[in-house]
Design a binder for this molecule. Structure first.
Ligand SMILES: NC(=O)c1ccc[n+]([C@@H]2O[C@H](COP(=O)([O-])OP(=O)(O)OC[C@H]3O[C@@H](n4cnc5c(N)ncnc54)[C@H](OP(=O)(O)O)[C@@H]3O)[C@@H](O)[C@H]2O)c1
Length: 265
């Protein structure tokens, strides 16, 4: 495993502390990504309450320094603006704050999470963007334009919630609706794989610059999800999964039999 994806808002704060407790000293090859600028209340009730996005420079600076301290690092490998939604500072100023933090050496790479393609373009006028994260999986393709813009920009695209095929915040379901299972099950069975592995293999087949971050509480699922990288989907498999939820983007695979190489459109 080479990438761990967290955020100050998970817990809040406890997930970064857990990563430090479990993994420090971090292996050389491990990239730890965290995010700031999105705020939840404390753990009151079954789920922490959503407060809002905050993007003013003082707050974002504090977020990044405290994330570094909780993770036990002097420099954060990849630091995301958690959303493009804050209204207390312009989006450009928020990106500018992260650019300053990078100059100061607190951040190695800058990422954007839950932004529009237009926001990505605006951010790239200010600073290099190394990674873009958005909700994207076999059934949730609303952010396909962001995926395409990220790949065009030479950034890594990080699909969040890559295996759970329900709406964000709903109980997870890795099988998806019956119509989706009918497509995924025969492919999984042909490859001797699970549906979750097929959903990951489909993302990985689309571009080497796509790095899904499946979340799990199970070591068996960690292993299973890692093994998905060895599954080679056929062009027919990819087209079938593409067809679950068509997109109007150039990076979806062409139908089998056409002469264009997948991923190069
Ligand atoms: N940028 C953002 O705004 C944002 C938002 C949400 C999430 N994220 C990131 O995305 C990551 C993943 O999100 P997520 O955890 O919500 O969604 P997810 O990875 O799509 O789904 C996690 C759920 O799927 C189950 N699961 C995982 N692998 C499985 C497998 N092989 N077989 C069966 N079930 C499996 C897990 O259950 P078990 O525990 O039983 O395995 C868990 O219930 C998080 O770590 C987070 O960092 C980012």
């Amino acid at each position: 495993m080479t990438l761990i994806d967290t955020a100050d808002v998970y817990g809040p704060h406890t997930n970064e502390l857990l990563i430090r407790e479990a993994l420090l000293p971090y292996p050389e090859h491990l990239v730890i990504a965290t995010k700031g600028g999105f705020v939840r209340g404390g753990p009151v009730g079954p789920r922490p309450t959503l407060i809002d996005a905050i993007g003013n420079a003082t707050y974002l600076r504090q977020c990044a320094y405290l994330s570094a301290r909780r993770l036990g690092v002097e420099r954060i490998d990849l630091y995301y603006l958690h959303s493009g939604r804050a209204k207390d500072a312009s989006f450009e100023d928020q990106v500018g704050t992260l650019a300053e933090l990078r100059q100061l050496g607190l951040i190695r790479h800058i990422g954007l999470s839950n932004v529009t393609a237009a926001q990505l373009r605006a951010a790239r006028q200010i600073v290099d963007i190394a990674a873009v994260s958005a909700h994207f999986n076999v059934v949730a393709r609303e952010q396909a334009a962001v995926l395409e813009a990220a790949l065009e920009a030479g950034a890594v695209f990080v699909p969040w919630q890559p295996v759970s095929l329900t709406a964000p915040g709903s109980p997870s379901d890795t099988g998806g609706p019956a119509a989706v299972r009918r497509v995924l099950e025969p492919i999984a069975s042909r490859h001797g794989a699970t549906i979750s592995q097929i959903t990951l293999a489909w993302l990985l087949a689309r571009s080497p610059e796509i790095m899904p971050v499946p979340g799990t509480t199970s070591i068996a699922h960690v292993r299973e999800n890692l093994d998905a990288q060895d599954i080679e989907l056929s062009r027919e498999d990819i087209y079938s999964v593409d067809s679950i939820s068509p997109e109007r983007t150039g990076t979806q695979s062409p139908p089998p039999g056409s002469s264009v190489t997948p991923g190069t459109q």
